[in-house]
Design a protein around this ligand. Structure first.
Ligand SMILES: Cc1cc2nc3c(=O)[nH]c(=O)nc-3n(C[C@H](O)[C@H](O)[C@H](O)COP(=O)(O)O)c2cc1C
Length: 200
């Protein structure tokens, strides 16, 4: 009986650890790449994406770091007013929705399934492999113009990373405003700014 109880306890513990486990991304490559001035001249929005063309985990790690990674003294790749660091990034793939944890360089699954159609009002984004939702914590930063600055800087960094990596991207204000917050399991103080599509 004691052995049985131990087995049940061990099984429950193991299941709990799986359900809360986070995927560790490859370490971001933070040196090298094309010259910055060339990359800026190549930045653009794209609205045609090949279906079934995945983005590598290395590219995903690199672009998330470019957008919102940790750099100096726990600060970020973009400036934030009063260092409030109010941004969160959610990654929507064909199979799940995950939250980016910059300090650990991990993705934690918050929902399972193909939710891409809720991240867009335009068909092309529903077949792209990656849609990154930018969310701000309005308790950390209440001023919309500061929230917009933070998300805008992160968005531009994704544009620049994509230009240098040969990937396509576009930032989009159009998404399902009724359903996407629930799919991301956002709290009342969290607000979606926009979604950025990435693919090939
Ligand atoms: C705040 C913002 C919202 C945007 N929303 C959309 C959108 O919903 N759909 C879309 O296809 N493009 C969207 N765009 C992309 C712009 O249309 C695009 O940046 C503009 O046409 C200039 O093209 P370029 O990025 O290639 O220079 C948005 C851009 C910004 C900055």
């Amino acid at each position: 009986m004691a052995h049985f109880k131990l087995l049940v306890f061990a099984t429950i513990t193991l299941m709990a650890s799986f359900s809360t486990s986070a995927e560790v991304l490859p370490a971001p490559q933070t040196t090298g790449g094309k010259p910055l001035m060339q990359v800026m001249s190549e930045r653009k929005s794209s609205r045609e994406y090949q279906e079934n063309q995945s983005v590598s985990k290395q590219d995903l790690s690199n672009m998330l770091w470019a957008a919102w990674g940790v750099t100096h003294d726990g600060k970020r790749t973009v400036a934030t007013a009063m260092n409030r660091q109010e941004l969160s990034l959610y990654v929507i793939t064909p199979t799940e929705v995950s939250r980016y944890n910059p300090e650990a360089n991990t993705l934690t699954v918050v929902n399972t399934g193909d939710f891409r159609k809720y991240a867009t009002l335009q068909d092309f984004a529903a077949v792209a492999p990656i849609n990154i939702v930018m969310v701000v914590d309005t308790q950390k930063q209440s001023k919309p113009e500061f929230q917009g600055y933070t998300a805008g800087a992160a968005s531009q960094n994704i544009y620049l990373y994509c230009a240098q990596a040969g990937l396509k991207t576009v930032v989009r204000a159009g998404y399902d405003k009724d359903n996407l917050p629930g799919i991301l399991k956002l709290r009342d103080n969290e607000r979606i700014i926009w979604v950025q599509t990435v693919g090939k």
